[in-house]
Design a protein around this ligand. Structure first.
Ligand code: BV8
Ligand code: ZN
Length: 238
């Protein structure tokens, strides 16, 4: 039997098992009691670039020591055997490519990429901590920024289109570790349902998508996703 076409949307919860704080936890974290949503905005960066850079430098230092968990590894294994598979991630932590995933669409950018606020310069930079902070463009001397999509900033339209097509054509949508409140990401899995596909959710708790999901597997995705894949892989003869 031909394996189904699968599109996956991941959020911060897929990396929770690797020690990366989720947005909901980060807001409550000891670190300065800042709400990430107040810091991950162009206005905050305009007003106080050093504080925003401290926030990202802190996260980069924390993420630098984190390793992929069984959920990331399962998604990489799926990518390797499924003919039609797309991983769409909201995460910027770099753990999906580290686990070996290949077909990845980054909706919200990558914390390990820096780009210039003034010219077209950009670089991959895994230095943590960064020094100096804020980092300076070697090409024009202006400040570099994290190459991520902040709240109120538009997503890359080409990436968003590819993600939307992947979910529209998918037989199965997997939604893993996301509170499903950030748009337009949270909208994507509905494309699969609207075309008669199935939506399986993997989360610690129910979300706004749970009422629409074909099934919600409650528990840590580093446990629930490998179990689901083992059973499906055998049924599909993979
Ligand atoms: C845009 C990069 C327009 C930065 C991020 C009012 C209503 C609706 C929408 C809006 C609104 N007001 C504003 C908007 C739009 C806004 C938005 O959606 N706001 C929300 C908060 C209401 N969206 C935007 O601004 C987007 N841009 O709309 O632009 C536009 C168009 C044209 C021209 C100009 C402008 C941009 C959104 C992208 C923002 N950037 N990240 C950074 O990371 O620093 S979003 C950021 O927050 C993350 O990337 C992530 O996507 C999001 C947090 O969501 P989650 O990943 O779901 O994480 P969270 O902590 O919330 O949840 C974790 C989940 O995991 C939980 O459910 C938990 O139960 C579960 N979990 C925990 N452990 C585990 C687990 N599950 C399984 N296993 C575990 N072990
Ligand atoms: Zn520059």
């Amino acid at each position: 039997m031909t394996p189904p076409r699968i599109a996956v949307l991941t959020g911060a919860g897929v990396s929770a098992g690797s020690g990366v704080p989720t947005f909901r936890d980060a807001a409550g974290s000891l670190w300065r009691q800042y709400n990430p949503q107040d810091l991950a905005t162009p206005e905050a960066f305009q007003r106080d670039p050093v504080t925003v850079w401290e926030f990202y430098d802190w996260r980069r230092q924390l993420m630098a020591d984190c390793q992929p968990n069984a959920a990331h590894e399962t998604l990489a294994a799926m990518d390797a055997v499924l003919p039609d598979f797309t991983l769409v991630t909201q995460n910027i932590d770099g753990l999906h490519p580290l686990a070996g995933s290949k077909r990845i669409l980054y909706l919200h950018g990558d914390i390990w990429n820096l780009r210039c606020t003034s010219c077209s310069y950009s670089e991959v930079n895994r230095q943590a901590p960064l020094d100096p902070l804020p980092p300076i463009c070697p090409q024009c001397g202006e400040m570099l920024r994290p190459d991520v999509v902040w709240f109120g900033e538009a997503l890359d339209l080409d990436i968003l289109h590819q993600a939307s097509v992947a979910f529209t054509l998918a037989d199965i949508a997997l939604v893993i570790g996301t509170s499903a409140v950030v748009y337009p990401a949270a909208q994507l899995p509905l494309n699969t349902l609207n075309r008669g596909g199935k939506l399986y959710e993997f989360n610690m708790e129910r979300t706004p998508l749970s009422g629409l999901a074909t099934a919600t597997f409650l528990g840590p995705s580093e446990e629930t996703l490998p179990r689901w894949w083992d059973e499906r892989r055998q049924a599909w003869g993979l």
